[in-house]
Design a protein around this ligand. Structure first.
Ligand code: CAA
Length: 278
């Protein structure tokens, strides 16, 4: 059974995954997604993000953790720059061809970008905790994909770059809000408009990484965090994540009310379980 209420019902096939440059392994409560186009430094295309959305729509219900990583020594070189050429990439829709030949208007392009953003947005669902495990560069869309996750665990060689403004573009794959939420608008302006690299140690200081570990310890560190997350009561984890996600947009009073309501739900479930046990 899938977690999402709409969209595709069949999981992506191996062929779909491979054409999207993705690998997917689901084991028990953990889904591991690997961006896998090493010959293009794990650059991603529209198909990558549409397939990510498809993975999100068809995630088995008992998956609680989603880990995103890059194949080899890089997380991702961002968007495949071929997407900005009239020819596009491997027959995929180019981002500029329709504008150039007049076959796509602003609404068409916006709708297409919304489809791509869907590949990022599901990573915030309260039912899962998403973890970006970052080695090497995470550039542009790669940085935004890491920002779409709840947690970022970095190897010491990780580096984030918001390259879009340097290419005449804006970051449009859902990254601007989490970036501002984490580092504040002033630092976000500086990071984006200089398109400079933020190395792992600075990322840790800015709150862009929950943890930074030596390269050879990255997999073990991710496994340790997964084990700790899985040790928590699953329903309480979902309710707590939902509560935390509302906090920034709520007044103190609204948030206090949300806490009470969520706790009534929890206490009710726990009491019922005690009743059933006794
Ligand atoms: N798209 C397509 N191909 C890419 C790519 C990309 N983003 N990044 C690397 N490649 C390809 C290179 O063209 C090269 O191909 P060939 O072997 O055929 O020449 C191959 O991958 C290896 O690349 P490098 O030799 O450059 O590898 P490196 O290890 O020296 O450098 C890198 C790695 C720092 C990531 C460098 O490749 C790089 O800067 N890449 C471009 C990054 C970039 O500008 N990304 C786009 C950001 S904007 C965005 O993502 C979102 C948006 O616009 C909306």
């Amino acid at each position: 059974m899938a977690q999402a209420s709409s969209g595709a019902s069949e999981r992506p096939t191996e062929d779909e995954l491979s054409r999207a440059g993705l690998e997917l392994k689901v084991e028990g409560h953990v889904a591991r997604i690997t961006i896998s186009r090493p010959e293009r430094r794990n650059a991603m295309t529209g198909r990558t993000w549409k397939t990510l959305a498809h993975i999100g729509q068809t995630l088995p219900e008992d998956v609680r953790i989603v880990v995103l990583a890059g194949k080899g020594d890089i997380f991702s070189a961002g968007i495949d720059l071929g997407m900005f050429t009239p020819e596009g990439v491997d027959g995929e829709r180019s981002l500029v061809a329709g504008i150039l030949d007049g076959s796509a208007d602003a609404d068409d392009v916006e709708a297409y970008i919304a489809e791509l953003q869907a590949g990022f947005l599901w990573l915030r669902r309260p039912e899962i905790v998403s973890i970006a495990a970052v080695r090497g560069h995470a550039i542009g869309a790669g940085f935004q994909l890491a920002l779409a996750c709840d947690l970022r665990i970095l190897a010491g060689d990780a580096k984030f770059t918001m390259k879009e403004p340097a290419l005449g573009l804006v970051p449009d794959l859902t990254g601007t809000k989490p970036l501002v939420d984490i580092v504040g608008v002033n630092r976000a302006v500086e990071i984006c408009l200089t398109a400079r690299r933020v190395e792992a140690a600075e990322a840790r200081e800015l709150g862009l990484a929950e943890l930074v570990v030596p390269v050879e310890e990255l997999d073990g560190a991710v496994d340790d965090v997964i084990a700790a997350l899985l040790a928590t009561n699953p329903e309480a984890a979902v309710a707590t994540k939902a509560l935390l996600q509302q906090a920034a947009g709520n007044t103190l009073e609204q948030q206090a009310r949300a806490e009470r309501e969520a706790q009534v739900g929890r206490l009710t479930s726990l009491a019922k379980a005690m009743g059933a046990g006794g």
